[in-house]
Every structure is written in C-alpha cells, then in structure tokens.
Design a protein around this ligand. Structure first.
Ligand code: ADE
Ligand code: ZN
Length: 351
C-alpha cells in the first residue's frame, strides 16, 4: 500500500506530533521510575535513600555521559522489590504512553539489576508481564517485553540470566543488550545471542550510542540484531549507512537521552535529519524519560524544534515505528491507516 502525506501548516506541526499515533520501541522500564515513585516505593518497602527529598534527587540528575547516568539509574532501581512494584511501574508508564497516543510499546527490562539484589526473576517478569497483559483493556494499547543483558557483566552471567528467565519464555518476545557500551563490544555476547536466536527470541542491541560504528557492524553481523538501539554514530561510516538503509534495519533514536548524556553538543546538531535523509528506518523514543526530561512526545517536540524537521518527517518517523515493531502485519496496517486519518484531520483543520 502506498500512502500520500497530506501537507500540514507549520504552526500545526507541534499539535500533530503529539496527536499522531506512534509506537515506542526503546524504553527502559526502570528509566520510567519517576522520583516521586522512588520515594513512594522506598517508603512502602522500608528502603533507605541517600537523598533527603524528591528535589534533592532531581538535582542529582546532572549527567556528563552514559556512565554518570547509569550509576544513578541503578541506584534508583533499588526500591523495586515486590511483584506489585514492577506491575505498578509498568502500569504507570503504559498509562502515560497511552495519553501520548502511543498505540504499541516494546519495553526493555534489566533483570540483572534486580536479581543482583536478591529479587527473584519471577517476581520481576510476573509483575511487568501482568501490566502488559492488562494494557489493551486498561490503557487501550498493546505492550510486550524485551529482556536486556547488562553488557558490563560477563558472558557467564548473561547465560545464567537467560537460564533463570526461561521458565517465563512466553512472557517476553526478545532480548537486547544495554548498559556501559565502550569497552564491552557486542561480540562479547556472541554465544549468548546465538542461543537466544535458537530459542526463537527477537534480537535487538544498543550500539553506536557512545561506541564506534564497528559496534553497530558487530551487532548486525555477530549478534544478528534486527534493530539497533541508538545507532546515531552510524553517520561516521558511509558503508554502514548504506547497509542500514538497504536492509531497512531500524534505529531506535532517543534525542533527549543523547542531549542529556552529551552524545551531541546540542540537539540542533543531532544526526536524526541525516539518518532520515539517507533513507534509514529511524524512529523516535524516550529511553529513560524519568531521567532525561521527557516522554516520547517531548522527544518529538524538542528534536523537531531544534532541527527544523517538517511534517513529512513526522509521518516517516511514525510509520517507521510501526514497520520497526515486532507486531503482526494486520496491526501495522491498522496503525498506519490511523496515522493517515490523523494527518487528514490535521490537514483539513478538523483536529
Ligand atoms: N540503560 C538504560 N538506558 C541506557 C542507555 N541509554 N544506554 C545504555 N544502557 C542503558
Ligand atoms: Zn536505551
């Protein structure tokens, strides 16, 4: 099916960006833990926090790079102990996403952050999976889980994590790779991901956030990643850009994350317009919205305002998010039709 993108007046673009249906494919559920919820869960679970108030915690969110963020992010997750905590966290995110016209979310979780503190794998997955299963009825959106391995830990620990998660194999659709990138290339996990592919799991990996294009090549060629999370460093390698464009390999780009972690000197110099110009299947996502100052719609608003992207790019990014998702073709067609209807309403001034 070919679609025609109705022209949209520039002053109507911010409203359209918020109103259009979209999928979110790069969201760490632990990164949606708002400071208020950290304090509420700490009180509920009797966990001591090294911050006197929500404001004091927020003041600590002054990151200089990925590692400076991860140190605080793992500390925040320590308030998650019970199945209900994981459920409440995911349910709060899904409510927020639905309010921003996200129609489908594929949600990362980091089990090793929790099992290292003595939380059982089943506690984590059951809580998150229950919120995802309830999402269509409760929030009007669909949701699925992707288990991420922490790349700063060993291959052996990744294998142990996979083993512990296998009793819940039907509760997650795929696996990813996240945490400290530089010094931990994808090839470190070649054998774990080979086993995951044998198990029929979908494969994604963070690559080219702070790390070099070589890590993106490895994610593709060694891990056989079907999507690259971030991937914004691909612009430094023309052959890689051609490979990503020709293969329609999606990139899940997170503009506010890149701004806060200083991947680019400022948002105006983000590589997103270059990725789109080169014909890549780029998407916009929020990564860790509680830490980076905005959920998916704020990511759209901010990067469009900073780079001057226009309505055609909005269409492309939303359509890409559906194409890049692991949902079925019927759902993808339905969402794309809803995107078309939305653009027509905004074009006709009826919205
Ligand atoms: N875990 C949570 N957010 C992350 C990011 N932006 N990069 C790597 N690991 C992460
Ligand atoms: Zn991420």
């Amino acid at each position: 099916m070919t679609w025609t993108v109705p022209p949209i007046a520039p002053e109507r673009l911010p409203g359209l960006l918020a109103a259009m249906p979209k999928a979110e494919l790069h969201l760490h559920i632990e990164g949606s833990l708002e400071p208020e919820m950290i304090f509420a869960l700490a009180a509920r679970n009797g966990v001591a926090l090294p911050y006197a108030s929500v404001e004091a915690l927020r003041r600590a969110y002054a990151f200089t790079d990925l590692q400076s963020f991860l140190d605080i992010y793992y500390q925040g997750a320590a308030v998650l102990l019970e199945e209900q905590d994981f459920h409440d966290l995911a349910s709060a995110y899904l409510a927020r996403a639905a309010a921003e016209n996200v129609v489908h979310a594929e949600i990362f979780f980091d089990p090793q952050t929790h099992t290292a503190r003595g939380v059982d794998m089943g506690t984590v997955i059951r809580g998150l999976a229950r919120a995802c299963a309830d999402a269509p009825a409760r929030h009007g959106i669909s949701a699925a889980l992707i288990l991420c391995f922490l790349r700063h830990l060993s291959e052996r620990e990744a294998f142990e994590t996979l083993e512990a998660a296998l009793p819940y194999r039907d509760q997650f659709i795929g696996v990813g790779l996240d945490s400290s990138e530089v010094g931990h290339p994808p090839e470190k996990f070649a054998r774990v991901f080979a086993r995951c592919r044998e198990l029929g799991l979908r494969i994604v990996a963070h690559a080219g956030e702070e790390g070099p294009p070589a890590y993106i090549w490895q994610a593709l060629d060694v891990l056989k990643a079907e999507r690259i999370d971030h991937g914004v460093q691909a612009v430094h390698d023309p052959a890689l850009m051609r490979r990503l464009a020709d293969g329609r390999v999606p990139l899940t780009v997170c503009p506010l994350s890149n701004q806060k972690l200083r991947v680019f000197p400022d948002l105006a110099r983000h590589s997103l317009p270059r990725l789109l110009d080169a014909g890549l299947c780029a998407t916009i996502n929020s990564d860790d919205p509680a830490y980076f100052g905005g959920y998916v719609n704020e990511n759209f608003r901010a990067v469009f305002a900073a780079t001057g992207l226009r309505a055609e790019a909005a269409w492309r990014l939303a359509a890409n998010s559906f194409e890049a998702s692991f949902a079925g073709n019927a759902a993808k067609r339905d969402w794309t039709q809803r995107l078309q209807d939305c653009f027509e309403r905004w074009h006709d001034d009826k919205a």
